[in-house]
Design a protein around this ligand. Structure first.
Ligand SMILES: [Mg+2]
Length: 242
């Protein structure tokens, strides 16, 4: 494939740069032991993580489609996860779940683990390109995640769906990003792990895309580039467009 040059780089944050799964898993493990969840009937920290992963991903897919709102996601999440993990629900008070959720939301964005290759890639590209984040994650935690993991200074702007009033994959958020970042879709590249929100969203808007697909998900979408490791992106965007 002949290589195109780009002028503006847009990145997704969760699961593309910031390792949501590793960071959330670490926090849940800490909270599992701190609150002695074995005593509430949840057999192990690994099992708790496993149920969190499935339930949370399901809720986020609904959130991205607009089927549930932030309030529901935030407030009902742990009730569903505790149920799914086999907790003895009469032992799990609403106040406890509220506090648990608060602790999770406080601790998780303060974890620093990045996806393998992320720091190296950002260091290489920094100064060569203006770089931006486009995220459906919540306004109040995304900047904490970027600061905790030491990547905040690489980015010129952070566009959240809350600020834009539209979520990826909708054109509204890309439109907002282009204006706010003074960029042009035909000179921009979107890099993200979510095939629908990041990749198809950007493609429909007229941007080229890199699908970061570490698990080799099978799909039939037409994508500009697909990589299984972030290090492969170096060769795609070695030189910016002049
Ligand atoms: Mg993502």
């Amino acid at each position: 494939m002949s290589k195109k040059s780009y002028k503006y780089l847009f990145f997704d944050l969760d699961h593309t740069l910031w390792d949501f799964d590793a960071n959330a898993r670490e926090v849940l493990q800490e909270l599992y032991h701190h609150h002695d969840l074995a005593n509430m009937g949840i057999e192990s920290a690994d099992h708790f993580w496993d149920r969190f992963y499935t339930t949370n991903n399901g809720l986020w897919a609904k959130y991205n489609k607009g089927e549930i709102d932030k309030f529901y996601l935030r407030n009902e999440r742990f009730k569903l996860i505790f149920e799914a993990a086999g907790a003895v629900m009469p032992l799990v008070q609403d106040n406890f779940l509220k506090e648990f959720n608060k602790q999770f939301l406080h601790l998780c964005p303060r974890k620093s683990k990045l996806i393998d290759g992320a720091m190296d890639l950002l260091e290489q590209l920094h100064g060569k390109y203006p770089m931006f984040i486009i995220t459906n994650g919540f306004e109040e935690v995304q900047s904490i995640k970027m600061a905790s993991s030491g990547i905040g200074h690489f980015f010129d702007r952070v566009i959240t769906s809350e600020k834009a009033g539209f979520k990826k994959p909708y054109a509204g958020i890309f439109n907002y990003a282009m204006k706010w970042c003074q960029a042009h879709p035909e000179k921009s590249l979107m890099i993200g792990d979510n095939l629908g929100a990041d990749v198809v969203g950007a493609r429909e808007y007229g941007m080229d895309q890199v699908y970061f697909n570490p698990e080799g998900q099978v799909h039939e979408e037409e994508v500009t580039y697909e990589v299984s490791h972030l290090s492969e992106i170096h060769s795609i965007i070695a030189q910016p467009l002049r």
